[in-house]
Design a protein around this ligand. Sequence first.
Ligand code: GTP
Ligand code: MG
Length: 196
Amino acid sequence: MQSSTYKILKVCVLGDLGVGKTSLTTRFVTENFVDKYKPTYQACHFHKYLHTPDSSVYIQIWDTSGTERFRSLSPHILRDSNGALLVYDVTNLASFVNIDKYWIKWIRDIVPDEFRLVLVGNKIDKSASRQIDSKMAKRFAADNSMLYYETSAKTGESVDVVFLDVVNLLADTIESSYSESLEVPLTKDRKHSCCF
Ligand SMILES: Nc1nc2c(ncn2[C@@H]2O[C@H](COP(=O)(O)OP(=O)(O)OP(=O)(O)O)[C@@H](O)[C@H]2O)c(=O)[nH]1
Ligand SMILES: [Mg+2]
């Protein structure tokens, strides 16, 4: 059987309840958006094959639950990831405050300081309800050594950019300690996700 060699990149998506972690992930992987809120229990695993000018990448995305009582899997997922997207909702002040108050500390207790984090302010299509100023969020991200993006999973704005930049950002971590190759049959199954 014919096959291609892919580098494996593992990314996890973290953030408060309802900020749009699943919507961002499914928008990127399947190009769909669902308005109806269905909370994630435990975690869902998504994957996608990407071709950059330099290499072929098999990106595995762990979409975690924002609910505290379902967060038991998250430390294992985080340790097994090359980097993480830290998502908040630009219309929900508490979800931004929690990035500093809770998420960064929680992550730093689990993985080394050099672990790469990307901050994402989602739901920018709801501009009339915005509570977090872009400049302030960008400054906060820079102060915490994170790249910063604003997205809308609903319209798709900047969603691909985030994931493609994450692939570039983490490419060197794949080549060093996480370097791995995967022999992927060209006749791949069409299933994109699996939830626990
Ligand atoms: N307007 C708008 N709504 C969004 C956007 N992203 C997500 N939503 C909506 O926000 C709600 C929550 O989205 P989810 O993607 O399920 O949020 P989540 O972070 O995965 O939530 P948990 O799994 O419970 O932690 C859903 O009703 C989505 O349709 C967006 O960019 N714009
Ligand atoms: Mg979810």
